[in-house]
Design a protein around this ligand. Sequence first.
Ligand code: NAI
Length: 719
Amino acid sequence: MAQFTRVSGIVGLITLQNPPVNALSGALRQNIIDVMERALSDPKVKSVVICGQNGIFCGGADISEFGKKMGGTPLVPLIHSLEASNKPVVAAIEGVALGGGLELALGCHYRIAHSKARLGLPEVTLGMMPAAGGTQRLPRLIGIPAALNIITTGRHVTAAEALQLGFVDQVTDHNTVDAAVKFALSVAGQSMDARRISNFPCPCPSDVDALFEEMMQKVRQSARGAIAPIACVQGVRAAATLPYSQGMQREAELMATLVTSGQAYAQRYFFFAQRAAGRWRMPGGAGWDTSKPRAVHKAAVIGLGTMGRGIAVALVQTGLSVVAVETQEKQLMEAKQAVSGMLERGAKRSGAAPALDRIRYSQNLQAAGDVDLVIEAVFEDMNLKKKVFKQLSAICKPGTFLYTNTSGLDIDQLASETSNPELVVGMHFFAPAHVMKLLEVVYGPRSSPQAVATAMQLGKKMGKASVAVGNCRGFVGNRMLKHYKDQSYFLLEEGATPELVDGALEEFGFPMGPFRMYDLSGIDVGWRFRKEEGLVVPGLASGPSARVRRGLRYSPLGDLLCDQGRFGQKTGRGWYQYDKPGGRVARSDPWLHSFLEEYRAKNGLVARRVDRQEVLERCLYALINEGFRILEDGIAAGPEDIDVIYVFGYGWPKHRGGPMFYANMVGLAKVLERLEHYHQAHRDVPSLQPCSLLRRLVASGSPPINTWREVIKKLHSHL
Ligand code: NAI
């Protein structure tokens, strides 16, 4: 609804009313037209103010209408009618003016914003572009570079920045509607000819072609195959080179292409997948709607290595008091410096004071005695972790939640060391923990719903996408990744190069292929772990047992590199060569190629031609197959949870929706057929054998992904 009232005698006030964010639904758009007509035909009304109820101007289009046939008046003619009005129209922007909301405001003749308001055109983040004149009006108002930046990133702009850039006319700390009404009174009766942005010429630099060329290159690089940012540049280019009406036509054509592309569908799916993941549920029924989190104020972090430092920073930034415990004096000194630096840099970015006084350091675990929760981040060593949990259980006050950042160890074994196993839950952060958006919250068979709810809530407060998952080796993300990694190594054995494998997966949209990733994170990390597991046999590079461990195909290639001291970037040599230890730019290494040839010769392997398609199918379908197993085991509640984990934690390109969505797009029957094909060719790799859930989904006609949860539930109930 849009409500019309008359205030201060001559100002018509239109209030948008569509909770929670006054999204521009078909009904609201029609209402705005109706009340605008009333305002224009009322001779007593000399100017109009548009505002939103409950302190929110407008959150944009109604996302639930996307992909459906649009009802009611479209937004473009509505905005044109506002702009064409002879009576001044002023937007009073409180809360947010986003997407269609900002485009509506750009159709008004003036914009007054509250100092706390946020403005932006986030359509690109949903695989779309501003298509109600946003790409045509914004560059005319603030110039091409600033408009391109806002439109191609979808970022939110503060009111102060909007004022400085010139798309807001006034910022107030007081009541925005009062300020807008006052302003509307002051311009009543004036001609609006000079205020209609569509009439403005687009300010263009002389070398407009060079500017767009440069911008297009930049956007292509960061887009990783997403087409929406490119369409945004093309839309702004139309504003710079075509008259307004033709520019609008171009904007509509570009949008039509995006809307019918699979990418917008994928990103819309992902938007709802994030919400679905928030509605977590444990086996037995307890979940987000039944389990109340407990309020937490004070936390302890145990172990201040790579992860503990980031976790401590994230906790402080969320407003908790933190006790940080590290046993090694040298590590503690380094950690203090690193944590203070991260807090200072974070504060500088947000404009707040760094909360250095909210963190206290200790070498003694006893310091964790009075906290509400502990997050343990010591070495990935079961015996050490068990010892720490036993001590914590004795030291901490009753009821303290004991969380662990293990990457994949059994949560229940740790819980067994404590007197209250229901308080033990995994909080699996990703490096760097204060930056990465993903948090896997891992419940064991004995974890209490409240311990899980509190971890989920804390993750949310930290700004993380928190996904509740069951307890198994590697949880969801790392369990699936193992099969992707295995395939990457097997492909090298069969004839591929790191360059080919990385190239194919980077072209698919990953920011980094697997071999560049191994070099970055250190090949030795997995090697040390495998050594502990007894999988590494020193010096062994040939013979029948070289490539088999525990009866399964095993590639010792990474171990052999480590034997040579090639750990990756840190040693300047790994799957690639770098100009120095710590160097970042990967270059092809002829040594590595000879090493691969020698390895194949020693092991009787004949190199064959591997193409990019095979790289994608082997690596991605092996990972997806494990995703189906995870769904079958009930470790993840639905495909949405897996997809959120992969996009936020593992660099899966968002415009491809996540691995399970991708399988759905490719077609489950095709994925099944390719897995069967590869399993036939590699009988010693059981992980390529199609999972029975995948078979059953195909047998039941490959139901759409949004019904899988229900289908799986039914399958489980028949078991
Ligand atoms: P790290 O080796 O950088 O740091 C571990 C720290 O714990 C060291 O500073 C060590 O001195 C300290 N420590 C050892 N015993 C201790 C004790 N009894 N009390 C207090 N401090 C103690 O290890 P990192 O990489 O930070 O990993 C920590 C945990 O996080 C591991 O369980 C790991 O699997 C997990 N993890 C690591 C990720 C990564 O990318 N590095 C990602 C996600 C989880």
